[in-house]
Write a protein that binds this ligand. Structure first.
Ligand SMILES: C[S@@+](CC[C@H](N)C(=O)[O-])C[C@H]1O[C@@H](n2cnc3c(N)ncnc32)[C@H](O)[C@@H]1O
Length: 272
């Protein structure tokens, strides 16, 4: 499946397409993740796959490869401390500072749990503080994968793992429950808009945000890509805005534009 030179050519394609850096010796990962897709397209070798990509005849092939090579694992209220910081520290700060509205970006939203959680948390804050953020709550959710976005937009989660991270009380508060499916309530969904976006390309058109969640995606990128993304995110934040990363990710080596804020068991980075 992988002839001499194909692995290196595939590494270069993947880094250029979505920023993901495949280290040396990951041939098994390419074979196991692309096997099904290549069978579906009747492609026997990675060399042939690359030739088809270069020909540009089938744009869906590229999407399929990105889907197969990215990790979409996510669950409800992942790193709960981040949501606590949003509710107890950032929402009150924004209410006191600029008053009436908040814009939040979930920058690698996968199947949608993260942006819907952001909407839930701000809703809880507004219910506890009537009149707060009455100018609007806007949650923009983006991902490179059109497949996960299609599912995320539906807001319906079925099966054994659909409630991972949720208590029974939260299931009833934020969802309509239909058998083993959970449907996000309309008032939660209406604050969230989804769009396709590759973090390694430009995103000046996204506008400015008060908060960015960019969690569990930077780990796949090279140091240069990370630095570049973080600097562009700094430009997309309002003064004093906050950036959240995954719990195993850190900013320190990449920029000095942020000040680390450690509270409620979590870490956020505040734009200086
Ligand atoms: C592990 S999930 C993280 C989901 C969520 N943020 C969380 O922490 O639970 C990583 C997501 O990053 C997306 N992704 C990978 N490369 C990307 C890129 N270059 N631009 C935007 N999204 C990307 C994947 O499609 C996947 O949905």
């Amino acid at each position: 499946m992988l002839a001499h030179g194909d692995y290196e050519a595939f590494q270069a394609f993947l880094e250029d397409a979505c920023g993901i850096v495949l280290g040396a010796g990951k041939e098994y990962l390419v074979s196991s993740r692309l096997g099904g897709l290549m069978r579906d397209y009747g492609i026997a070798t990675v060399g042939e796959l690359l030739n088809q990509l270069r020909s540009g005849k089938n744009p869906r092939l590229k999407t399929g490869i990105i889907d197969a090579m990215t990790t979409n694992e996510t669950f409800w209220f992942r790193d709960m401390s981040h949501f606590r910081m949003l509710q107890e520290l950032i929402c009150p700060e924004i209410k006191a500072r600029s008053g009436c509205s908040i814009r939040i970006w979930s920058a690698a939203c996968s199947y949608g749990q993260e942006p819907y959680n952001l909407s839930m948390v701000v809703q809880d804050y507004q219910r506890a503080n009537p009149g707060a953020l009455s100018g609007g709550v806007d949650v923009v959710a983006t991902d490179i994968s059109s497949t996960v976005l299609t599912e995320a937009k539906k807001g319906i989660y079925c099966g054994m793992s659909s409630s991972r991270g949720l208590s029974l009380e939260q299931q009833n508060r934020y969802f309509k429950v239909h058998g083993d499916c959970l449907e996000v309530r309309p008032e939660i969904r209406q604050r969230v808009s989804f769009r396709e976006l590759n973090l390694t390309k430009g995103y000046e058109m996204m506008g400015r945000f008060d908060v960015i969640f960019c969690r569990n995606v930077l780990i796949y990128f090279s140091s240069e890509q990370k630095r570049d993304i973080i600097n562009r995110m700094a430009r997309a934040l309002n003064p004093g805005g906050y950036l959240f990363l995954g719990s195993t990710e850190s900013l320190s080596a990449h920029t000095d534009r942020f000040q680390m804020v450690s509270q409620m068991g979590g870490i956020a980075y505040r734009l200086r």
